[in-house]
Design a protein around this ligand. Sequence first.
Ligand code: ATP
Ligand code: MG
Length: 465
Amino acid sequence: MVAITSEDCLRQGTLTEVEPTIIPRDAHPISRRDISDNALKVLYRLRKAGYQAYMVGGGVRDLSLGREPKDFDVATDAHPEEVAQLFRNCRLIGRRFRLAHVHFGPEIIEVATFRALPPPDDDVAEGERVIDNGRIVRDNVYGTLAEDALRRDFTVNALYYNIADFSVVDHAGGMEDLQGGVIRLIGDPRERYQEDPVRMLRAVRFALKLGFRIHPETAAPLPEMASALADMPAARLFDEALKLFMAGTGLSAFEMLRHYGLFEPLMPLTAEALAEEGSEDWIPFIAAALRNTDERVSADKPVTPAFLFAALLWPAVRRREAELVEAGEAQVPALQRASSEIQALQQSRIALPKRFSIPMREVWTLQPRFERRGGKRARRLLGHPRFRAAYDFLELRAQAGDASQELVQWWRDFQDQPEKPPSQKKGSGSSSRRRRGSRGRGRARAKDGGEGGAGDGGGSPEAGS
Ligand code: ATP
Ligand code: MG
């Protein structure tokens, strides 16, 4: 027997409305006091003009959990043009997914019109909706609240707070999953990932953000479907990568992504370098970078993608550099070339804007200059605008045995007293000895200064400015 779900009925048009669970005001913790004044303004004005108006998504989810939402999203049956007529401070945005943004100074309230569910057949191009190979490329066909709820990603993201009576409307069992701590896709997980592969990253992100577990059926397709991320727009993956790595749980994100096979399509070159024999020190290196970033985030210190991506890609840069050196290229030009190549190749997966990719490469290419300390060189390097970031990076490398502790100590002393350059120990401080001419084996660990650095390399603010 094939069970017919309410979703099927909605799709076939045999059902216009599914019976939702309505949670009345006194049975949920969402209070208007916790909703931003601007979001309330938008909700009330829509309602006054005769439209339905709901707060939806992260706002309802986070307030239900007693957390502070990042922003407030609104869903309505008013079309974007109709929303624009109600608000002077409104801009219509998006082609793939048309939306109204209502601006209040720095705060933007995103107003989305209820979307209809995609039809069951595979490829359609009806102007306002384009589905290509099961992937939703454009979605501007409007529908009812019930349809809108079921086309959202996770049950906990499909709760609607009704400004008309302050109740919460639940079409997908989101309240139960909120209470149970479960991230669960609505509908058939494979189909939903196929429609939009970025949902795989969102599953990980919300699980980490909320401390929830991913439901086994939602998690099951991840490893085999992960590769679909490879052809997502690189700009969108950049946004998602930032949300994953720079939200204070970057280390756990790295681990969870690797667990589900999602890291590879995001950073294939790093994944390759990590899989190589003799590369086991790179995991602690990346872990240290992410841990530092997490600590900075929780201490409200600035972090920059430039430093973080410098660390995430460094194993790949070093691997390529070693290959070039092995082929006879000199160390410094090899690093230059490896840096450009890796950055260019990575760009097709995660589009790093220039304001981050330029300082990222600078952090890499400054590394050999730490080893040349004679004459005026050290002082000149100290005065380099990217010195601090590059030095923090050197410390990180030393923690992973990719640079010597003696070198780090020398620069620490030199920064304290630049008028008195410390003396150099003979024969120490070369990071280039590592793997020189022997890709993947014979990695000398620099042990001369003990473990750990005192710096906070997690993301020098300078590296992104
Ligand atoms: P936060 O803003 O805290 O990151 P959020 O849940 O508000 O979390 P947004 O990306 O702001 O996430 O999206 C708002 C809502 O839009 C989501 O809660 C979800 O209901 C819906 N949504 C967003 N992206 C998708 C997607 N790729 N597929 C289906 N629904 C989505
Ligand atoms: Mg949101």
